[in-house]
Design a protein around this ligand. Structure first.
Ligand SMILES: *Cc1c(COP(=O)(O)O)cnc(C)c1O
Length: 388
């Protein structure tokens, strides 16, 4: 019997090794991996530059305490700030830690300016910000919070797209609005650029902070380095994770100078966060993914993939309801529950993963090849033809 806790519904399949977009199973099958650890392996499996980085750094230094200077972290923080709205970065190990730290930064900022009662965070109902206690209550999902009371208070919710409710829920105790720029788990729902702009205007008017959770949609996934870039909106705080480590666990909170002023020595910390091994890998991923040419290529691949998927939808309008997403964060929304569809794709050696609202989520590596997209389309089309 397995001694792993049963908190996952695992597929009966395991892998021996991976290369680029492919995974090779222990029973010697080759799978096209369009999950990539849920948008984590931004450069696919076993990228030679990441292997070299890990190899070189592992011989030098793995871990030292944040009680000391960590030049690799300084370097990565500098690159992140140079590319974006941010002035400061705080490194963590995961997405949930990054969103939690984002909440802490927002609350601490208002505390530091003498407004400690401004501490409530306004979030989208059934969003996803991670699985820690605060993060599940931030997500406002019944399923995720069931049995984990007492409720962590301090979060208010509005429904995706319900602007009236959003405005009504802001009160004198609101510190920030926290939303995913593109909802991942929640069903690949893109917040339109005009909406992000209005959010910024609203936050300015109400003197509250804008937190954009880019844990899943950031680091090139959308075709821009951050999904909010296209809108020209500048958020105050941005938690990131998944893609930045290329498979190595890294999380971070990016913030502007104003809000960073509250984070004085002793206010937050992490034993593992920002260690030299993690930071070396992060630097290598950053150098590749933040390159303009690389991002233009992601945009091109996305356009091609979405065009092809829309063709499939036209051919099977009774199976596929809608193609959603941006960049290489793509959702095929089905009319029916997606479980069987995903299973059939897997039987045809294409790995995908579910999201809410009957979505088959597709997350290829950002350096996926065109012929791999073609192969995926072929398999998706075949499975569509088998669905009644
Ligand atoms: C995955 C995810 C998280 C949580 O990340 P973990 O590393 O699993 O803790 C938070 N926010 C969003 C938008 C995510 O997609």
């Amino acid at each position: 019997m397995s001694h792993l806790a049963k908190n996952y519904n695992r597929k009966k399949i395991s892998f021996k090794y991976g290369k680029g977009s492919y995974l090779y199973s222990t029973d010697k099958k080759k799978y096209l991996d369009f999950v990539q650890g849920i948008a984590v392996n931004s450069l696919g499996h076993a990228h030679p530059k990441l292997i070299k980085t890990i190899k070189d750094q592992s011989k030098k230094l793995w871990h030292v305490s944040n009680a000391f200077q960590i030049p690799e972290g300084e370097k990565l923080a500098k690159k992140l700030c140079k590319k974006t709205f941010a002035d400061y970065v705080m490194f963590q190990n995961s997405g949930a830690e990054a969103t939690e730290a984002a909440i802490k930064v927002a609350r601490r900022y208002f505390y530091s300016i003498g407004k400690p009662n401004k501490n409530r965070i306004l979030c989208i109902k059934n969003s996803f910000h991670g699985r820690t206690l605060a993060a599940i209550f931030a997500s406002g999902s019944k399923k995720m919070t069931e049995g984990f009371g007492p409720k962590i208070t301090g979060f208010d919710h509005f429904s995706f797209g319900d602007h009236n409710s959003l405005k009504k829920k802001i009160n004198k105790n609101t510190a920030a609005i926290m939303v995913e720029t593109i909802m991942g788990e929640g069903g690949i729902k893109v917040i339109p650029d005009w909406c992000l702009k209005e959010l910024r205007v609203l936050c300015n008017k109400k003197k509250i902070l804008l937190i954009l959770d880019e844990v899943q949609c950031g680091i090139g996934r959308s075709g821009d380095f951050f999904a909010f870039e296209k809108s020209k909106v500048k958020p105050d705080i941005v938690p990131i994770a998944k893609g930045i480590g290329g498979g190595f666990p890294i999380g971070a909170v990016l913030m502007n100078k104003k809000v960073a002023s509250g984070m004085v020595p002793g206010t937050h910390g992490s034993t593992f966060g920002g260690n030299p091994l993690a930071m070396s890998v992060g630097n290598t991923v950053m150098d590749i993914v933040s390159n303009k040419k690389f991002l233009n290529n992601v945009k091109g691949l996305s356009k091609y993939f979405l065009f092809k998927l829309n063709k499939v939808q036209e051919k099977y309008p009774k199976v596929i309801k809608q193609i959603r997403g941006r960049g290489l964060l793509i959702g095929i929304q089905l009319y029916k529950d997606q479980t069987e569809f995903i299973k059939k794709l897997m039987n045809n050696q294409l790995l995908t993963i579910r999201a809410a609202e009957n979505i088959v989520r597709i997350l290829p590596p950002l350096n996926v090849k065109k012929n791999e997209i073609d192969l995926a389309i072929k398999i998706i089309e075949k499975v569509c033809s088998q669905i009644k």
